[in-house]
Design a protein around this ligand. Sequence first.
Ligand SMILES: [Zn+2]
Length: 223
Amino acid sequence: MLNTNSDILRRVVQADLNLQPRSSACWTAQLLSAFQGLRGCELYVRAVQTGHAITMQEFTADSKHRMRGVWRDAELVDPNTHNNKLATYHSWFAIPFSRNERMPINVPWYLHLDLSKNVMRNASRFRLRVHTLKVEAAAWLEDGSCVCDQCPDEDEHVQNEVHALLICQDHRIGELRKHFSFLFTPFLEDFSAAQPFLLRQVNNQLVHDFLSQQNNTHFLFFF
Ligand SMILES: [Zn+2]
C-alpha cells in the first residue's frame, strides 16, 4: 500500500506505521503481531517498518508451514494413550494434504455424498469427537469414567471411537457388524460372524484406512 498511487492512502498508512510503537490497537501493530510464529517473522516485521516489499511466494509458503504446525504437534501424540481431540482427529480421521499446492485441502469423502442433514451432522460429530461416547462424556462429568459400560466387567476398555467401531462386545453392535461384515473383512482378518469384535488393539494406520474406505454404505453402519 506504500506503493499506491493514492497520496491519501499512502499518508494514512505511513501515519499508522508511525503510530505502531505507541498503540497496539493500530492496523500496523495488528499486522505485525499476525507475523508471530512465522519463520521469517523478523524479516516481515522489518519490511513493514521500512516500507519494503515482502515476497508473497515466500510469505505464502511460510504461512502454510505455520498452519500445518498444529498437525506436526498432533503427530507426536497417540490417541490410544492420550485423550486429545486434535491427535484423535489427526491419527484416525484426517484427510492428508494434497500435493497440489494450489488446492492442498481434500474434502472428506462423506461430504460428496447425498446424505441427509441428520447423517451428515452425526458423521461430523463422530469425526470431531463431539459425541456421547464415554471418552468424551467423562470430560464433562464429575467423576466421569472413560471405561466402557457395555463390555464384560472384567474388561476395562476406554470407550472411544475405535472401541465402539471394532472392539466393543455389546451384542447390538456385534449384530450390526455382522450385518455390515463386508466393511470389516477386507481390513481385519480376525473378524468373523462368530466373533464380531476384536480382542486386540489396532494400529492407527489401520483405523485410518478403515474409516477412509470409500464405500457409500459405511455410513449406514456408522450412523
Ligand atoms: Zn465396550
